[in-house]
Design a binder for this molecule. Structure first.
Ligand code: ZN
Length: 511
């Protein structure tokens, strides 16, 4: 937007009459651009292209009606609840429908806690308007007058010679310039456009927490898995910085909004991969159990918190033609190019082989011996190609195993029956690796990626709202993808927050 409300208030009939034709044409162009942008915002909806594609969540069914209810939920969820009832959160939009009895966070109308900590700033940054928003004439900084300002606290990184972090305080001053035409133009803090699925989060330069400090807070919360209260304690004890829990919480949410556009890039990288590991683990969100999904290839790790149905897979993997390694969960079954993790099967077979039930013991032993022999053959084939391909070479063993499965699928021993059925149902995916011994035998890659977040889940009991879940999934994706590519996520995050607060596009992830 070219014209702020402050500028628009000053523009009236008399002012327009006073402008010369050239200035009037310039103003018309700016007004036209603003009007078009305003209309585009009014027309935003999941069904039209003026909104980013991510406005419909990947876990929603395709072709469904635009979900007004979900929007209302997202708005209601603004005061996300990793928040504790006693914390200060920013003013929130009221929910569209029957509000819950009492939301966590600051209650509307309750007195806020003003900031009392003021530092001696190391630096002052002046923000001047460079052109008159009315007539377009250039403005002289010298004649501008400061009209507002705020203090930001950031961290400065050292260099290899003097490593370390320094707390860096900046006084921001915003100036207004008086033009000869009579218009007063104010420099204003930048702001960014936020993904609709993160409704209620704002990206704004007017922030106490600078981009580097914001990245540090995200690192403490998600990489070191500290609670908001522990982060507050750490910043106070080690940096002498008093931040409210609400500010810490808001900072983490804003960081996630900053990197949200990265999702498209991550999905493209997932789709372009030859081999993808997928896995899922339970993730509580308020009173329901959802799943934390991970999709991990050689160069990308992408997380979602969603239901366990196949909608997410269908949406995210639409057009994927590589190999998909997964567990035996039914949602994966429709996918043609599939591999199964043998570690799970071997664990189950070993369990049966140690059973007191005679049938279970016999079947478990048979499965275990066959899988072990085949696994040794796969390892050997990786060293050098076998003279006869493995499916042909091991045809008798495979046939014998199949016969055993068919015999034992009627077993009254529950786990024996279950393993026999699982092997038969997923036969092709399980033994695909014999034709392609270079492919992996286990899903360890995905399971290792989830392990970090499983510990976070245990410490935090999951998330409280859809927005909170999306915040975790987005930041987790960025952190793990950067690390996987051998880059520290924190410098990228710092830059992403600074750029997006200023209304600039998000930089691509480090390659
Ligand atoms: Zn002017």
């Amino acid at each position: 937007m070219h014209l702020s409300p402050h500028s628009l208030q000053q523009i009236d009939d008399a002012y327009l009459q006073s402008l010369d034709p050239e200035a009037l044409r310039g103003l018309s162009l700016r007004l036209l651009a603003d009007l078009k942008e305003a209309w585009d915002r009014l027309n935003q909806g999941p069904a039209n292209s003026s909104r980013p594609p991510s406005s419909r969540a990947p876990w929603e069914r395709k072709g469904g009606a635009p979900d007004a209810e979900a929007d209302a939920d997202a708005i209601a969820a603004v005061g996300d609840g990793a928040a504790k009832p006693d914390e200060t959160t920013p003013a929130e939009a009221p929910p569209a429908e029957a509000p819950p009895a009492r939301k966590p966070g600051k209650q509307p109308g309750a007195p806020g806690i003003g900031r009392t900590q003021i530092f001696a700033a190391q630096e002052t940054q002046a923000h001047y308007p460079d052109r008159c928003a009315g007539c377009g004439a250039p403005l002289e900084p010298g004649a501008a007058v400061a009209y507002t300002g705020f203090q930001a606290v950031d961290v400065r990184w050292g260099d290899p010679a003097r490593p370390g972090l320094t707390l860096w305080v900046v006084d921001h001053r915003y100036y207004e310039g008086h033009c000869r035409c009579g218009h007063v133009t104010r420099a204003v803090a930048g702001h960014g456009v936020v993904d609709p699925l993160l409704a209620g989060i704002e990206l704004n330069e007017w922030r106490l927490v600078g981009p580097g400090l914001a990245a540090l807070i995200v690192a403490l919360a998600l990489r070191l898995r500290l609670s908001r209260a522990r982060i507050q304690e750490f910043l106070g004890d080690w940096l002498g910085l008093d931040l409210s829990i609400g500010t810490i919480h808001q900072t983490i949410h804003e960081a996630s909004a900053a990197v949200a556009p990265v999702e498209d890039e991550l999905i493209q990288a997932v789709l372009a991969s030859d081999l993808l590991h997928a896995d899922e683990t339970p993730w509580p969100e308020h009173d329901q159990t959802l799943w934390l999904w991970v999709f991990r290839s050689l160069t990308v790790t992408l997380y979602y918190v969603a239901g366990r149905g196949k909608e997410l897979l269908e949406n995210v993997l639409d057009g994927f033609t590589g190999w998909l390694m997964s567990d035996g969960w039914a949602s994966y079954r429709h996918y043609p190019h599939r591999l199964r993790c043998w570690a799970h099967l071997i664990r189950k077979a070993r369990g049966l082989a140690q059973s007191l039930d005679r049938e279970a013991r016999a079947f478990g032993q048979h499965v275990l011996e066959t899988l072990n022999a085949l696994m040794a053959a796969v390892y050997a084939a990786r060293e050098g190609p076998p003279s006869v391909d493995l499916p042909t070479q091991y045809a008798p063993q495979l046939a014998a195993l199949r016969t055993a499965c068919e015999a034992y699928q009627g077993s009254t021993h529950q786990k024996t029956h279950a393993l026999a059925v699982e092997l038969l149902n997923d036969w092709e995916a399980i033994f695909q690796v014999l034709s392609h011994p270079e492919l992996p035998l286990t899903n360890n890659d995905a399971e290792r990626a989830l392990r970090h977040w499983v510990i976070l889940r245990q410490l935090s009991s999951g998330t409280r709202t859809p927005v909170g879940s999306r915040v975790v999934a987005l930041l987790a994706s960025v952190i793990d993808t950067c690390r996987q590519r051998g880059h520290t996520p924190w410098r990228y995050l710092e830059r992403a927050i600074a750029d997006r607060r200023a209304g600039l596009p998000l930089a691509p992830l480090p390659q």
